[in-house]
Design a protein around this ligand. Structure first.
Ligand code: PLP
Length: 444
């Protein structure tokens, strides 16, 4: 498959062979052959050799414009000099101390300044840990145990998160099914699930279970579903009225859809928010940020031991990730950054929709400019996970594969992540590839 401008073209047979060998090793040594839930189909699978700016190159020498960006963290693009410089400055001084370091304090101060709900932060290792700890802290604060989450909402891999995340049909609200094997049924007694964007239903559930609900956990932009006006506000009002902790999972939206994340974009401030991905410039780190009184159970100096919420981790607050985070936030705080992300993402969204429709496909680019998902469906503004199920998944996979073959690194049926390194030339090239990919799908 010939790519545009040299994209997706292998250097030669020896490099292709090397990549095939490495993929065989992945099959042999990695459980599941990959690093997470998703493994690319064999005909497009790859081993990445390096990333620079908006592009990655695989071991076979094929170049791709990267719209996966490590599943979001590489918001500045790969190998940004401000981040590599900060990390290189710290590396010879040690990678982790467990005790305080200046980088992590700088990062904490910056987060408190940027995140509307943040009076204090607590660092964690991953988004999964951050949402898990946020729920624990909410339980410690309220003395209650149940949580409410939304169908289709993704909060990581812990046992309280994986209910009704990707169901094939509507849940038996508020009871949902676990997404994974290995999660005890009894955990489901603690997790209520409601449809996203249905304010009336959510508020009625919150009111009915108020005496036992510790937290309402929501992705304010739920994957590619934007919140309807009034939905987040209704959650805010009900939780405030009933003393329930409102947690925004901003692991995707934080520093991506606005400097102040979804809280700024949608104008609703939760009690606690979880941050990860872009916050640490592509290095492993996440955090919970929120009201000091709610985070107080983490404070062993002021809280009697039996009332504490534990949320420790060996590498939490390590100076390498923290230095990367400080450098990333410095770049993101510069004027024009979010205008640029919107402009590039907006051009792409409009261009992809136009190209798809030109080829007769009911194409939508749902979400926000800095992170959106291409879905093939008639409904232009689906509001819930169930409405989203109407999209043509098989076509999404086929189109994604055609894009991959031509030099776009995308995760089919998932999201396009935009970085500051994506240029107008990248967009031109991408739109041409997207059009060719639609052409191939139309001919098939
Ligand atoms: C909204 C959201 N929350 C939490 C997580 C979990 O984060 P991590 O993969 O760092 O555990 C993810 C991961 O994609 C996410 O998208």
């Amino acid at each position: 498959m010939k790519g545009i401008g040299g994209l997706a073209q292998a250097r030669g047979e020896a490099d292709m062979h090397r990549q095939r060998e490495l993929l065989d090793q992945a099959d042999r040594y990695l459980a599941g052959g990959g690093l997470g839930l998703f493994v690319l189909p064999p005909e497009v699978n790859l081993v990445i050799a390096e990333g620079r700016g908006s592009r990655v190159t695989d071991v076979a020498g094929r170049e791709f414009i990267d719209y996966h960006l490590g599943s979001g963290p590489a918001l500045l693009g790969h190998g940004h000099p401000a981040i590599t410089g900060a990390v290189e400055g710290q590396l010879p001084k040690g990678s982790t101390y467990y005790f305080l370091n200046e980088h992590v304090l700088q990062l904490a101060r910056r987060l408190v300044q940027a995140v509307p709900c943040a009076e204090q932060v607590h660092f964690a290792g991953s988004g999964t840990e951050a949402t898990f700890f946020a729920l624990r802290v909410a339980r410690a604060h309220t003395g209650r145990t149940k949580i409410l989450k939304f169908e289709g909402g993704w909060h990581g891999m812990h046992d309280y998160a994986l209910w009704g995340t990707v169901p094939a049909q509507a849940s038996d609200y508020p009871r949902a099914r676990p997404d994974s094997q290995g999660i005890p049924d009894t955990i489901g007694d603690e997790v209520l699930v409601a449809p996203f964007n249905d304010a009336e239903r959510a508020v009625s559930l919150i009111e009915r279970h108020a005496g036992e609900l510790a937290a309402v956990l929501v992705e304010p932009l739920q994957r590619v579903l934007v919140p309807q006006p009034g939905f987040l506000e209704a959650l805010r009002d009900a939780t405030r009225r009933l003393g329930i902790v409102l947690i925004f999972d901003e692991i995707v939206t934080g520093f991506r859809i606005a400097w102040g994340g979804a809280q700024e974009r949608y104008g609703v401030v939760p009690d606690v928010a979880t941050y990860g991905k872009a916050m640490a410039g592509g290095f492993p780190m996440a955090c919970l940020a929120g009201r000091a009184d709610i985070l107080a159970p983490l404070d062993g100096r002021r809280t009697e031991r039996s009332r504490m919420a534990w949320a420790s981790g060996t590498l939490n607050g390590n100076p390498i990730s923290a230095a990367a985070g400080v450098a990333a936030l410095e770049v993101l705080s510069q004027p024009g950054v979010y205008e640029q992300l919107h402009r590039i993402g907006g051009r792409l969204r409009r261009g992809i929709v136009e190209a798809g429709r030109r080829h007769g496909f009911p194409t939508q680019a749902l979400g926000e400019d800095a992170v959106f998902g291409v879905r093939f469906m008639d409904e232009e503004a689906p509001r819930s996970w169930i409405a989203l199920l109407a999209h043509d998944r098989a076509l999404g996979l086929r189109w994604g594969m055609e894009c991959l073959k031509r030099g776009l690194l995308v995760n089919p049926n998932e999201k396009f992540y935009i970085s500051l390194a994506h240029t107008d030339e990248d967009v031109d090239c991408t739109l041409q590839i997207c059009g060719d990919a639609f052409g191939a799908c139309a001919r098939a």
